[in-house]
Design a protein around this ligand. Sequence first.
Ligand code: ATP
Length: 311
Amino acid sequence: MPGVTLEARELSKWFGSRTAVDSVSFTAREGEVIGLLGPNGAGKTTTIRMLSTVLAPTGGEFSVAGVPSSRPADIRARIGVLPESAGYPAHQTGLEYLIYHGRLFGLSRDEARNTAVKLLGQVGLSERAQSRISTYSRGMRQRLGIARALVNDPDVVFLDEPTLGLDPAGQREILTLVRTIAEARGTTVVLSTHTLPEVEQVCSTVLILDKGKVLAAGTVADVTSTDANRQSGHLRVPPAQVARAKEVLGGVAGVSVLSDERRDVIAITATDGMNAALSAVVDAGIPVLSFQIDGARLSDAFLAMTRGSTS
Ligand SMILES: Nc1ncnc2c1ncn2[C@@H]1O[C@H](COP(=O)(O)OP(=O)(O)OP(=O)(O)O)[C@@H](O)[C@H]1O
């Protein structure tokens, strides 16, 4: 099993009497992409800022590649960060910018240049290496920011809302890049985002945060199958059989019949898959004309858990 690169234990942050992050614990391994999801004000940025040593935790602790949070300078040598709103020196070229940051990490002039050239290739910016950053699109700047976060060959990279404000093509490029970073380099990526369908594509593990607390954690499959996101579907039977079908379904453990305006459609939810509900109807001799399962998507789980939250 890949090694643990990041471990947070009961991490908390208060700003005065306001709790921004409340006892957040999780573990991440090499090559894993962890998604931090939550509505505005959930504590995603504060969590990333603590883990990247920008903010000192009020409570709890964490470690990166075995280095404890009591040694922030050593942690900084092992991480890369793309902050929520990164600023770039407009007058520099992408190449100059990356060489400069490589030098800050103690690389020799040649090492810094070689690293910069390699990273520009990895993020698809080789052709624009000599162009001023002021001429880059927003997506190109984000990719340059990710390259900068990789200059020190980190164990863990934190990307705060990396796809924010990008068009669909730009979002896709960033997500492909995130996957490559994790798979090809074995880097752990922690990313925060509101773009849920994309998280389903790219994250191996998800932490749903709300009001600073972890509401759910696990693989996307784990999180979507929690009771907070019981599966729902629509069953169509001959109109004359609706009452009987509802009666049968009412007797199946874990299945609830919801009201549906249509006279031949029965809306149901089930805590443990739909098989038992369908079998019961079929066993009762009622023909099932159609059956549609509503998507058990991460976005549904997320909305079900954080419904009504405001920042
Ligand atoms: N420096 C600060 N001083 C006081 N309160 C803060 C500070 N930084 C964050 N907070 C509060 O902590 C809570 C969590 O904020 P945080 O920015 O971490 O949330 P977020 O999930 O990243 O939200 P968003 O998606 O809007 O960026 C919010 O209630 C916010 O107002």
